[in-house]
Write a protein that binds this ligand. Structure first.
Ligand code: PBG
Length: 310
């Protein structure tokens, strides 16, 4: 294998994105001594537009398009993404070449007053702009009030600390990577808040014609995580795969065997459908489609129709 002298990683400039890019840089340097790795920081449309909830402005693609442009131009060799933010269908000419070992996939409760979801009293204000978190929270705890919350992790914590919310929901992985794990009051069980497809996993994207890089990055791939994320993303893709749908998908790998759980709901929590199935790692894609079909026949089709009505 031909190891180049230098690689450039395209990354967003939020503290979490920079941590993730640095993490991959450190991995590359340890794996290929002598290799130089530079970061190319970029501001994406998703970072610029902060006053509207994501699902209203076009969703996940907003965070990756500029990075893909840098790959297309040859300004960068690879992009590092939170798999949660990567669209379910990759644009032509690009490939997800490796998916790294998953950090904690759960959602977390962060609060300065309450230790658990159960402790939150009637009328307590919970911050999240994720339709997935909102639907599940309102289905389980209809007495709580959900208020939108956007911005990077630090901004969200600052809004909590300013007293705008009684509690907020965030991904554990992001908090832990930033050294903010101490802010977590409770890790939410999958039964309370099933995670998003790909949550907690990092993906490396390259141009599809860079076979040289694919070989170099292959050892970053973590087969158990890659299979789980493949199943989760197949489920999501079958459902139309955008963050305008309150959808969760979470696969656990037990020694090569996957258990995939999924759910789809209405944002107000009035209707929510759960489904699950097991399968082998090798059949991860089919497992995702199978659970999607289960959900659709159990009521998700009606939910999708209600969501797409004008
Ligand atoms: N939507 C933003 C985003 N994308 C990935 C993470 C967390 C890290 C991860 O899931 O890998 C977060 C923050 C959050 O949801 O709290």
């Amino acid at each position: 294998m031909q190891v180049p002298d230098q690689l450039v990683i395209a990354t967003r400039e939020s503290p979490l994105a920079l941590w993730q890019a640095e993490h991959v840089r450190a991995w590359l340097i340890a794996r290929y001594p002598g290799l130089k790795v530079e970061l190319l920081g970029m501001t994406t449309q998703g970072d610029r537009i902060l006053d509207v909830t994501l699902n209203k402005i076009g969703g996940k693609g907003l965070f990756v398009k500029e990075l893909e442009q840098a790959l297309a131009d040859g300004r960068a060799d690879l992009a590092v993404h939170s798999m949660k933010d990567v669209p379910m269908v990759m644009p032509d000419g690009f490939a997800l070449t490796a998916i790294g070992e998953r950090e904690d996939p759960r959602d977390a409760l962060v609060s300065n007053r309450y230790e658990t979801l159960e402790q939150l009293p009637e009328g307590a204000v919970v911050g999240t702009s994720s339709l997935r978190r909102e639907a599940q929270l309102r289905a389980r705890f209809p007495h709580l009030i959900v208020k939108p919350l956007r911005g990077n992790v630090g901004t969200r914590l600052a809004k909590l600390d300013a007293g705008e919310y009684d509690a907020i929901l965030l991904a554990s992985a992001g908090l832990k990577r930033l050294g903010l794990g101490g802010r977590i009051r409770a890790d939410l069980a999958p039964e309370d808040s099933l995670p998003a497809p790909g949550q907690g996993a990092l993906g490396l994207e390259i141009r599809a014609d860079r076979a040289d890089l694919a070989a170099l990055l292959e050892p970053f791939n973590h087969p158990a995580t890659a299979a789980a994320v493949t199943a989760e993303r197949a489920l999501s893709r079958r459902m139309g795969g955008s963050c305008q749908i309150p959808l969760a998908a979470y696969a656990e790998d037990d020694d090569g065997f996957l258990r995939l759980r999924g759910c789809v709901g209405l944002p107000d929590g009035s209707h929510i459908v759960h489904g699950e199935a097991n399968g082998t790692r090798a059949a991860a894609e089919g497992l995702g489609l199978k659970v999607a079909e289960l959900l659709l026949t159990e009521g998700a089709a009606d939910i999708l129709e209600a969501l797409s009505a004008p």
